[in-house]
Design a protein around this ligand. Structure first.
Ligand code: MRU
Length: 337
């Protein structure tokens, strides 16, 4: 275990991006420093950098740092556009990535030639700081929803490792704990890449929040047993009708909450709301490689030749969501701008 980790998953200084390679947590705290947008693109693809808001921030920093490298090249703008396209193709589901890169492209297209680097760096830092601030507002909005001595269940990782700030769902939990309102947090392990077991459990332990880890399949029995006050999760994309894409297993958790009468909240910044996507059916769900399921800790755990279904996300129907907890306050589905 790493005793005193940084409370930030990413930073940008002097043209260099520094990020935690999350694939090695909790065993090893590996910090990567790079000014190569391709390294960042690969990190997003491989989930070394992950979480909807964080991948948006990382992609923005990657474009800014590349600007320093190509600024004197006659093809600088063209090269930067190519870098944006490559970063855009890394993961399809979280809308934050596309929103951040649209901002970077706008900044690129409107930047005076002599201020290319400063304009792109300013835009990227603004995206980072904006997300950090939104996390604080989400936590403030969510605090009143948490009753005294709350027992809360969550899935995946939505804390500082997934954002530029204290997190979304985990930010609400952390603020509520600091306010003395949380007695126990149940973290679903989040198969197959274990963001719950490796990352959320790690963040909870670091914050001294009483926490229990359980396999995803135990969620329904936990809720049936009773004594859980609420579920709160993050989001990768929220369609115009409120349907919400989030880590695979979220739908199962929402269905179990509905069955057993437990409020089910989605905490997300407005940068995750996608008014251009009508409903969950239009959200592209990333399918990941079979080996994430057929292998465990690098060892084969299923017979060769078995077919695999490995969607990284699922869509929680708007009707299963009690409320959205956002940086602009609480919204009921259907939300309205
Ligand atoms: O595949 P990941 O680890 O990037 O998936 C992350 C999630 O599903 C999170 O719940 C979501 O991005 C919200 S993070 C604040």
């Amino acid at each position: 275990m790493i005793p005193f980790p940084p409370r930030s998953a990413i930073d940008y200084r002097d043209g260099k991006i520094r990020f935690i390679d999350q694939r090695y947590l909790p065993g090893r705290l590996e910090i990567i420093e790079t000014d190569d947008f391709r390294v960042v693109a690969k990190a997003i693809k491989t989930l070394a950098i992950r979480g909807a808001p964080l991948i948006g921030v990382a992609a923005a920093f990657a474009v800014a740092s590349y600007a320093r490298i190509v600024v004197d090249h006659p093809d600088a703008v063209k090269r930067l556009i190519t870098s944006i396209e490559i970063l855009r193709a890394t993961r399809p589901t979280a809308v934050n990535l596309f929103n951040s890169l649209a901002i970077m492209q706008l900044a690129l297209e409107s930047a005076p030639v002599e201020a290319l680097v400063s304009t792109l760096e300013y835009a990227a830092i603004a995206i980072h700081d904006d997300d950090r601030n939104r996390c604080e507002l989400i936590a403030a909005a969510g605090l009143p929803l948490v009753p005294a001595d709350a027992r809360i269940v969550t899935i995946c990782n939505t804390g500082f490792l997934a954002t530029a700030g204290i997190g979304t769902a985990l930010g609400v939990i952390t603020k509520a704990f600091d306010a003395g309102k949380v007695s126990e947090v149940f973290a679903l392990e989040t198969r197959p890449l274990l963001q719950g077991a490796r990352l959320t459990a790690w963040e909870l332990i670091q914050s001294n929040i009483p926490a229990t880890l359980l396999v995803d399949g135990a969620a329904a029995s936990l809720l049936k047993r009773g004594g859980i006050d609420l579920a709160i999760i993050g989001a990768d994309r929220i369609a115009a009708n409120g349907d919400t894409a989030n880590k695979i297993g979220s739908l199962q958790l929402a269905l179990a909450c509905s069955k057993f009468g437990v409020p089910f909240y989605v905490a997300a910044p407005f940068t995750t709301f996608d008014s251009g996507t009508a409903s969950g059916e239009q959200i592209e769900i990333e399918e990941r490689v079979a080996t994430e399921v057929t292998h465990f800790a690098g060892k084969e755990s299923a017979p060769p030749g078995i077919a695999v279904y490995n969607p990284a996300f699922d869509v929680v129907d708007a009707g299963l969501i009690t409320a959205f907890v956002t940086d602009r306050g609480l919204f009921k589905p259907h939300y309205s701008f």
